[in-house]
Write a new protein. Structure first.
Lengths: 275, 261
């Protein structure tokens, strides 16, 4: 057998799995939005003319954007400290970040239900110290979803950025300092530009993850704070409106792909090493 | 050690405290001798763990989830490793877009994959629930298998394999006794990432589970809808123990710093 034939034989089963279990089904979902009753125009204009559906889409954008911004800021500051920590402490901090990361979204979102609930821990604490007289309704608000999502994504951001920061040679900042740069200037002109591509990669992971998430909006937002993921589930499995569910799925997919494509282009353009 | 501004240091301490506090709260709530979820625990009991194992649906879904994670990951490695090997060894003989095909399961939102699989494969083809779940989880974790093993293979010097073959070793044996042992770390890493993804998965499973067959995370969500009791905390602690186990395996085989690379 020629090398080419062997290569194809070996790669075929995995290729077939992706094509049959992902490519064709997702394509079928897109086709549903074009061919179902009324066609593409009815499905997509129906989505964008409904005030409720526009609200869901907008809320999803908003939650994902705020989550990304907060995760980037918190993650970067934390990763900075972790990257500079001495050996033993650094390993410990990495373990402390990996543990929540590997614990599932169900467990981590559930924890915030216990904390933010009407009879939850935070309300109990605030009542005890007399800061409030009545328990606050914190659950099923946009704020609750954002808090839980930031909690979900900060470990991912920290671990991604520790890798990025460690890859920046120490010599560079030392060289900048010996050439008279203040620490702030060295950070702004040397470290930050080198970290930007990694920051963008991390931000894309968080944004697309938040935009398409299901568990956290379901548990902390509920029906009241419907987001695209929970909306898709509701349309598909509760109202059984598959054309509408397909339309939501198609919009989510397009937003994800466009974000990844645009941001990876931006990351390449801003990469000072690749020029 | 390089200087870290004390304010920044204090901020990082706060972040880590907030990262771990919710998990500590769950552990506390799981041993509380109350019928509601509370922290700090009032009294100390393992009753809620006992109760967890008394519920047949939890027992069943724990087994299903474990078998599904092992099966889906196994299947994915079984076809992913040959694909990664082909890509590393004969890159020129394969179309340039092929590596991107294996990234698709990461690019397409999980929930869209779950919905589409339900529509086309589970309902459309009438595949049994467990088979649909297996296919769904296998495709979901395939990127880890192909890319993580592939990263290891790219570090491998294929002239060693050629040496074995030219000395008369059959190709398949050269693969198993020369190539595979050298990319062991990649295979372990892929297995772990895939296993943890599969065992925690909701977005794909929630569309594919059905009467009689469910997975643990889906069962937790179902239980939560009816009872918001410490049983959920106890099953959460159990899942955290799985995480601890997985981290121990990573530490002993690869070192945890592997996860920042």
């Amino acid at each position: 057998m020629s090398g080419r034939a062997i290569a194809w034989t070996l790669a075929l089963p995995a290729t077939l799995l992706v094509v049959l279990a992902l490519g064709l089904p997702v394509l079928a979902t897109f086709l549903t939005t074009l061919t179902s009753e009324g066609g593409a125009v009815a499905n997509y204009s129906g989505f964008f003319t409904s005030a409720f559906r526009r609200t869901v889409l907008w809320r999803t954008f908003e939650v994902a954007a705020i989550t990304t911004l907060l995760s980037v800021l918190i993650g970067f500051a934390t990763a900075w400290v972790v990257a500079k920590a001495p050996g033993q402490l650094k390993s410990l901090l990495i373990i402390a970040a990996v543990f929540p990361l590997l614990t599932g979204a169900v467990v981590r979102s559930f924890a915030w239900m216990v904390i933010l609930g009407k009879n939850g821990i935070l309300n109990g604490l605030l009542l005890k110290v007399g800061a409030i007289a009545e328990p606050l309704s914190m659950l099923y608000t946009e704020g609750a979803v954002i808090v839980a999502m930031v909690y979900l994504f900060v470990p991912l951001m920290v671990l991604t950025l520790v890798g990025v920061l460690e890859a920046i040679p120490q010599d560079l900042t030392e060289a900048a300092a010996s050439l008279g740069a203040t620490p702030a200037a060295a950070f702004r002109q040397v470290v930050l530009p080198l970290a930007v591509p990694g920051l963008i990669v991390g931000a894309v992971l968080v944004f697309t993850g938040a935009f398409t998430s299901y568990v956290t909006p379901q548990l902390l937002g509920g029906e009241r704070q419907m987001m695209m993921g929970t909306f898709l589930y509701q349309q598909a499995m509760i109202t059984f409106d598959w054309p509408r569910a397909s339309t939501i799925a198609a919009i989510m997919t397009v937003v994800t792909l466009v974000t990844v494509w645009a941001m990876s282009r931006l990351a390449r353009r801003l990469n000072p090493v690749a020029g | 050690m390089a200087r870290v501004h004390p304010v920044l240091g204090a901020f990082a301490v706060l972040v880590f405290a907030l990262l771990l506090a919710p998990l500590v709260i769950i552990i506390g709530a799981s041993v509380s001798d109350t019928t509601f979820l509370t922290f700090p625990p009032q009294g100390l009991t393992l009753h809620w763990f006992e109760r967890l194992f008394e519920i047949a649906a939890f027992r069943r879904t724990m087994i299903t989830s474990f078998l599904l994670a092992v099966g889906g990951t196994g299947l994915s490695l079984l076809i992913g490793i040959p694909a990664a090997y082909a890509l590393a060894r004969w890159r020129g003989g394969l179309p340039a877009f092929l590596p991107n095909v294996f990234v698709l399961p990461v690019l397409i939102p999980e929930i869209v994959l779950g919905f589409s699989l339900m529509k086309s494969v589970a309902t459309g083809l009438g595949l049994p629930i467990i088979a649909a779940l297996l296919v769904g989880h296998a495709v979901l974790v395939l990127p880890y298998c192909v890319r993580v093993v592939g990263a290891s293979l790219n570090q491998f010097d294929f002239s060693i394999e050629e040496a074995a073959v030219s000395l008369g070793c059959p190709r398949w044996r050269a693969f198993f006794s020369v190539v595979l042992p050298n990319v062991r770390a990649g295979v372990i890493a892929a297995f772990i990432l895939a296993f943890i993804t599969s065992i925690n998965d909701v977005s794909v499973s929630i569309f594919l589970t059905g009467p009689g067959v469910s997975t643990l995370p889906i069962q937790i969500l179902a239980h939560m809808e009816q009872f918001f009791d410490p049983v959920i905390a106890s099953v959460s602690v159990l899942l955290m123990l799985v995480t601890v186990g997985v981290m121990a395996i990573v530490e002993f085989t690869l070192g945890l710093t592997f996860l920042t690379k």
